[in-house]
Ligand binder design. Structure first.
Ligand code: NAD
Length: 269
C-alpha cells in the first residue's frame, strides 16, 4: 500500500448525515485513509451500524453517533461521544442535508425553516463546535493544521433553482458562512472549505435518475456526460481533509462534471 493511501493516519473525523449517500461514502473513504470516524445519523441507526461494521471489518475505526445537527445540545453531545471513543478530533465534514421542495407561493414556513435549520444552521453548529474543540485541544501531532472543516454545499450555492428556494438559499448561505469562517480562523491554522456536488446518484434525487426521461434531461445539464457517484465527492473531501491541501482554505471545490459551466452555452448560446 502506498503511504499516500493512509493520508489521515492517526486523525479523528466526524461526518454528519453519514448513514446514507454521500456521507456514507465520505465516512468510508476517511476511514480507509486511516482516520477514526464518527458516523453521525439522525434516523437510520441500522444503516449507520452496518457502515460501522463494514469499516471495522476492513480494519478501520468507527462508531455510530445519533444526533440531530440542528439541535445545539445534540451537536455538543455528538462531539463528546466522539471524544470519549477516540480522543482528538481533527476533521469535521458537515454533510447532513435535506430538501423539502415546493413552488415559493406554496412553500410552508415549516418547510422553509426545516431546510434552513438542517442545511445552514446545522452546519454552523457543527463548525462552531469544531472550532471550539480544535482550539481547546491545541496543535495536532499529525497535521500542520489545527483542524479542518468541510462544508457540503451544492452547485446551487451559485445556480438559482426554481421550486427549491429554501434549498438554494441554504446552500448560498453555506458558501458565505464557509468563506467567513475561513477568513476568521485561518490565523489559528484552521482550514474551512466547501464541496459543491452537481447531480450525484443518491436517494435525495432518486426520482430524477431512476426515471429514464428525467435522467436524459438531467444529462443535458452535465457536460462530462454522466451522473456523479458518491465516491466522486468522497475523493474530493478526502483531499480537502488531508495535508495535501494544506494551503487551501475558503474555497469551494465543484465536483459536478461541469454542471456549473452554463452548459446551455455549449453551442454558442
Ligand atoms: P441523503 O439523503 O442520502 O443524505 C443526507 C443525510 O443527511 C441522510 O443520511 C439524512 O438522514 C441526514 N440528515 C438529514 N437531516 C439531518 C439532521 N437533522 N441531523 C443529522 N443528519 C441529518 O442525500 P445525499 O445526496 O447523500 O446528501 C448529502 C449532502 O449532499 C446534502 O447536504 C445535500 O444537500 C448535498 N448534495 C447532494 C447532491 C446530490 O445530487 N445527491 C448534490 C449537491 C449537494
Amino acid at each position: 500500500m502506498l503511504a499516500r493511501d493512509r493520508l489521515l493516519e492517526g486523525q479523528g473525523a466526524i461526518v454528519t448525515g453519514a448513514s446514507s449517500g454521500i456521507g456514507a461514502a465520505i465516512a468510508s473513504a476517511l476511514a480507509a485513509a486511516g482516520a477514526a470516524v464518527g458516523v453521525n445519523y439522525r434516523s437510520g441507526a441500522d444503516a449507520a451500524d452496518a457502515l460501522v461494521r463494514e469499516i471495522r471489518d476492513a480494519g478501520g475505526r468507527a462508531i455510530a453517533i445519533g444526533a440531530d445537527v440542528s439541535n445545539e445540545d445534540a451537536v455538543s453531545r455528538m462531539f463528546d461521544a466522539f471524544a470519549d471513543a477516540f480522543g482528538r478530533i481533527d476533521i469535521v465534514v458537515a454533510n447532513a442535508g435535506l430538501q423539502k421542495d415546493a413552488p415559493a407561493a406554496d412553500m410552508t414556513l415549516a418547510d422553509w425553516r426545516a431546510v434552513i435549520d438542517v442545511n445552514l444552521t446545522g452546519q454552523f453548529l457543527c463548525a462552531r463546535e469544531a472550532i471550539r474543540r480544535f482550539v481547546a485541544q491545541g496543535p495536532s501531532p499529525g497535521s500542520p493544521a489545527l483542524g479542518k472543516i468541510i462544508c457540503m454545499s451544492s452547485v446551487h450555492e451559485m445556480i438559482p433553482w426554481a421550486g427549491h428556494v429554501n434549498y438554494a438559499a441554504s446552500k448560498g448561505g453555506v458558501m458565505l458562512m464557509m468563506k467567513t469562517l475561513a477568513q476568521e480562523v485561518a490565523s489559528r491554522k484552521i482550514r474551512v472549505n466547501g464541496v459543491a456536488p452537481g447531480a450525484i446518484r443518491t436517494r435525495i434525487n432518486e426520482s430524477v435518475w431512476s426515471d429514464p426521461d428525467q435522467a436524459h434531461g438531467l444529462l443535458k445539464l452535465i457536460p462530462y456526460g454522466r451522473i456523479g457517484e458518491p465516491d466522486d465527492v468522497a475523493k474530493a473531501v478526502l483531499w480537502l481533509a488531508s495535508d495535501e491541501s494544506d494551503y487551501v482554505t475558503g474555497t469551494t471545490l465543484f465536483v459536478d462534471g461541469g454542471m456549473a459551466l452554463y452548459p446551455e452555452f455549449r453551442d454558442n448560446g
